[in-house]
Design a protein around this ligand. Structure first.
Ligand code: SF4
Ligand code: SF4
Length: 342
């Protein structure tokens, strides 16, 4: 059922939902952006529909709700250990279509992870329309521009909201006096940015070696600084480093996981006199392969990348992931022609 709610009615709805759910959505963190005076938009608990930032894309993704940047999975003391996997609060997450697709990608990898599963079990999705395609998005190419996989859909209006309710669990929140208002969710149908997905279905060892040694990757030697900002903002990058941290006073050891990433160059990488420029070309190629190659062969028919463009938005060296992928696709096609495969 679809509804049209005035500002007062939407406040009342929010109040009722908040009694049962922790409501998480992209919101503005004033002055916490990359440069002074810039805001950061990321996920956090919101206390009204008005607090949700829907006009601008969030810098960081919904993955931090399920896998926070720094989290404890286990505590050990005196020969005993306790897993931290009991966080089963009911959460209502407000997100975009591409973000739902990204969470599905993470599910494929993490549903056997106790910590992740405990948080994932009680989640409901409220999908928000994108009022426009942002300039770096290529969700249409990746097929992530629309979804039916949500409980509630929301459109923000100047004087209230439209809500689509597809989940009977939410019927009780809508009083009979709320006007019904039939509408279809508007999803983005085209992007300014288009990507030619690398054609890597039939990739043999020889092709892989040629692809790895393309001169294209060396062009990033002087551009990429190995900051890992692309990985941190990516909704589908899920590399984690696990550390054991013992408190010498209490004797308690925490097992902590911290976000990591293929493009985050750590000091250990500089051994044997290596410089950043020796390291980053391989890392860039690895990220392209991982997002477009590995999944096809190993896990599913979907690409890992959902085309959200956040890696491009957050790169301090203005490296465009879509341009990198398009250039790689072109080079790969040349390799196929060389090998007589096209
Ligand atoms: S690789 Fe870039 S465009 Fe693809 S999902 Fe990650 S952040 Fe989004
Ligand atoms: S954000 Fe840009 S500079 Fe930083 S590691 Fe990624 S590609 Fe390199």
């Amino acid at each position: 059922m679809d509804y049209k709610l005035s500002k007062i009615q939407s406040d009342e709805l929010f109040f009722k939902l908040k009694k049962d759910y922790l409501i998480l959505a992209p919101k503005v963190f004033k002055g916490e952006g990359r440069y002074s005076d810039l805001d950061s938009i990321r996920y956090g608990e919101v206390s009204s529909f008005e607090e949700i930032e829907f006009e601008r894309k969030s810098h960081y993704s919904v993955k931090e709700v399920l896998l926070p940047i720094n989290h404890i999975t286990e505590v050990k003391y005196n020969g005993q250990s306790m897993k931290i996997n009991n966080d089963s609060k009911k959460r209502l997450i407000v997100l975009r279509s591409c973000d739902i697709h990204a969470l599905k990608r993470i599910d494929n990898k993490f549903l056997n992870d106790e910590y992740y599963r405990a948080r994932r079990e009680n989640i409901k999705f409220m999908v928000m329309e994108c009022s426009k395609s942002f300039d770096t998005c290529f969700c249409v190419t990746m097929g992530t521009n629309q979804t039916e996989d949500y409980s509630l859909g929301i459109r923000f209006l100047d004087d209230g909201i439209l809500i689509k309710n597809k989940d009977d669990d939410f019927n009780k929140y809508f009083d009979d006096d709320i006007p019904k208002y039939k509408f279809d969710m508007n999803f983005v149908k085209e992007n300014e940015t288009n990507v030619n997905i690398p054609d890597i279905k039939e990739w043999d060892r020889e092709t892989l070696l040629k692809a790895k040694s393309l001169s294209l990757w060396d062009e990033y030697k002087k551009r990429c600084i190995g900051c890992g900002s692309c990985n941190m903002s990516c909704p589908t990058c899920t590399c984690l480093t696990t550390n054991e941290i013992k408190n010498e006073n209490t004797g308690v050891t925490e097992i902590r996981r911290i976000w990591s990433g293929c493009q985050l160059v750590k000091s250990a990488s500089f051994k044997d006199g290596k410089k950043i420029s020796d390291i980053v070309p391989k890392r860039i190629s690895q990220r392209v392969f991982d997002k477009f190659y590995m999944p096809k062969l190993k896990t599913s028919n979907e690409q890992i990348c959902v085309g959200c463009g956040r890696c491009t938005d957050n790169c301090p060296r203005l490296i465009s992931f879509s341009t990198t992928v398009n250039r790689f696709s072109q080079e790969l096609d040349k390799i196929y022609v060389e090998e007589g495969l096209k």
